[in-house]
Design a protein around this ligand. Structure first.
Ligand code: PEP
Ligand code: MN
Length: 344
């Protein structure tokens, strides 16, 4: 249920409602709208006597949220969530909200060497990216494939952040890695394979870092939103949803980009939606077309794999763009963004 307070309800009236929610064993989450406060009531699924709240001072009305995800839903928060990402030069990138520019995340699949990540950072920045990606801990299908350089890679990412001013997004694979990765990264990435790793979702939910939550390769949008709900219900409201392609019967591409997910997620939820055209297609030749489509469909940003020398990449070389091709992508996306009243 959500309790919609009257415009101008006092802090005391809001406090009394929160106390009443806690008294019946539920938890209150506040959403401060333009003119009113909305209080989301979450907890167990027991029926709640609405009239108790309807009669309280300052309450306008009480409405049930019919969807299984509550805090992620547009019913709880009408306005788009805007996430402030701190960058290496003390500025902030704002992700989400029609009025803000697009989040342009780019970089190699994996951090391979100090030189490779420094060079990648300089090149993607020059092309127009504002957030650097690069995996330090890699979830690989084979235990014999390169698993990432771990903390050493996190240090190189931090150095690249320091030099270029780009914010850093990198994957965290286990709950116990959250403090370490948070010490270096600006955004914690939860990978597709971990979308339903509930201990990890709870751990990033308790962190103060924004989270990029990737859709599982066989997950429905509702399952993605329920995974986001785990993070939000732990108090971390800064979640970005990422469509990265789902597994279908098609074999000419690595996955199938579910372009529908962009408008559907944006209508069901207030959270920003990011698209990963690299993992969605698996082939660099198709990445730019998929990126243009994502922005035309209303995505709030892109996460794209770019490698200074794709042929030498230790992972995902076939889907990595050269810096020249990434520059072309940004220039084209800039023009598509203009058509949908967004900027790069
Ligand atoms: C990645 O971003 O390199 C990655 C492993 O992505 P996903 O979790 O979407 O497969
Ligand atoms: Mn990859």
């Amino acid at each position: 249920m959500v309790i919609i307070m009257r415009a101008g309800a006092s802090a005391q009236e809001i406090g009394a409602v929160v106390k009443q929610i806690e008294q019946i064993g539920m938890r209150a989450h506040l959403s401060q709208g333009e003119e009113r406060t909305i209080i989301g009531m979450v907890g167990n699924d027991r029926p709640v006597d609405r009239s108790v709240f309807e009669l309280m001072s300052g309450v306008d009305r009480v409405v049930p949220i019919l969807r299984p995800y509550k805090l992620a839903s547009r019913d709880f928060k009408k306005d788009d969530t805007v996430i402030q990402i701190s960058t290496g030069n003390g500025h902030a990138v704002k992700v989400g909200g029609q009025q803000n520019g697009l989040a342009m995340m780019a970089g190699p699949c994996a951090v391979e060497t100090r030189e490779q990540i420094m060079e990648s950072a300089r090149l993607v920045k020059a092309a127009g990216a504002n957030i650097l990606r690069g995996g330090a801990f890699k979830p690989r299908t084979s235990p014999y494939s390169f698993q990432g350089h771990g903390e050493e890679a996190l240090k190189w990412l931090a150095e690249a952040r320091q030099e270029t001013g780009l914010a850093v997004v990198t994957e965290v694979m286990a709950p116990e890695q959250v403090p370490l990765v948070s010490a270096y990264a600006d955004i914690l990435q939860v990978g597709a394979r971990n979308m339903q790793n509930y201990p990890l979702l709870n751990a990033v939910g308790l962190s103060t870092r924004p989270v990029l939550l990737k859709r599982g390769m066989m997950s429905t949008m509702e399952e993605l939103l329920m995974a986001a709900e785990y993070i939000l219900s732990n108090g971390n409201y800064n979640v970005m949803l990422c469509e990265r392609g789902i597994r279908t019967f098609e074999t000419y591409t690595r996955n199938t980009l579910d372009i529908n997910a962009v408008p559907v997620l944006k209508s069901l939820s207030h959270l920003p939606v990011i698209v990963d055209p690299s993992h969605a297609t698996g082939r660099w030749e198709y990445v730019t077309a998929a990126a243009r489509a994502a922005i035309a469909a209303g995505a709030d940003g892109l996460i794209v794999e770019v490698h200074p020398h794709p042929a030498e990449a230790l992972s995902d070389g076939a889907q990595s763009l050269t810096p020249e091709n990434y520059t072309r992508l940004v220039n084209q996306v800039r023009r598509v963004a203009e058509a949908v009243d967004r900027t790069v």
